[in-house]
Design a binder for this molecule. Sequence first.
Ligand SMILES: Nc1ncnc2c1ncn2[C@@H]1O[C@H](COP(=O)(O)OP(=O)(O)OP(=O)(O)O)[C@@H](O)[C@H]1O
Ligand SMILES: [Mg+2]
Length: 359
Amino acid sequence: MKITSVELKNFRNYSGSKIEFSDGLNFIVGANAQGKTNLLESIYLTSVGKSPKHVKDKQIIKFNETAGKIDLNFLTNSGSKNIKIYLDKLNKKSIKVNNLNVLKLTELVGTLSVVYFSPDELKLIKEVPEDRRTFLDISISQFDKNYLYNLLKYDKILRQRNTLLKSADSIVSKKEQLNLFTPQLIETAEKIILKRLEFVEKLKAEATKIHSIITENEMLNIEYSYKKTDLSIKEDLQNQFNKNLDKELELGFTLIGPHRDDLEFSINNTDAKLYASQGQQRTIALVVKLSLMEVIKKEIGEYPVLLLDDVLSELDNSRQNKLIEFVNKFQTLITCTQIPNINLPYNTIKIENGSVKTC
Ligand SMILES: Nc1ncnc2c1ncn2[C@@H]1O[C@H](COP(=O)(O)OP(=O)(O)OP(=O)(O)O)[C@@H](O)[C@H]1O
Ligand SMILES: [Mg+2]
């Protein structure tokens, strides 16, 4: 996929600007606080429907304005497409794909495929399991709509089950009702776990290759926390639910299932979360995102667009060059304060105070 242009109206510090991109490498360059990250955020928003910064839609409208707009054109194997997002202080945002209204975010996801990396992505390694599950869920949803529907279904059954576990009903009545909810939960849980296991295997295959190119001596491993047994996933989960029934009734929430699972990263067989250096963790997070580009390409038949925010300043020259060589094969938008010395063709977009400066 290739983004050809994005027009921003009252978005963050942009009053009204049209930014055009070329194939391959695009450096978005400028001093601090000029709007480089904001530009990538606007693109991410058209892909996923939400900001990567977990902010409210109201907060991304330009200060003192009541409405904003993102208008993005891109090319895919199946032709040129357009996404518009209308932001309004008083109403929910509205979205159009090729000028047709999109009523649910689930319909938008997968239209424009992007992979986003910012220094914040270190949370993938360092922070809580929820961040890693979000990574899995957003990644798989980009190429598998059924997965997204199963997630929503699972979430609904889980909430109902937790409400029941917390309710003031008698234990006998709760157990009776759980006999209805638990099999439904297990059925959807199995589909989610299977898909995640399959995805992690593919990601791992790409990541070990890319990681060894970038780091030479380090061996990266990625594992999903659910481990298959001789039993089917359904039987195994049912056993776990049987064992934990009293504990669940006591605590009032569901203890088993993909909403509790995690992704484990290790370097040379040691847990990366606990022992890897900051630089090693950053490299893993970056490698995971580069691997995701390859996995999605194999799934949908074309590369997503890679969005790299502030990645260069954190890498030494050798890693910078290896990265640039690697990302040159698809469209990449990289923000930086200074363009590095490279021997490959690239496009420069200078950003100053929420506007494009012609070079
Ligand atoms: N809703 C908003 N309305 C107007 N301006 C905003 C809004 N939200 C953020 N800004 C401003 O946008 C400016 C640019 O932010 P951005 O994060 O894009 O900078 P940057 O070019 O990526 O800088 P750096 O090199 O430091 O990462 C900030 O100074 C911020 O105050
Ligand atoms: Mg920035």
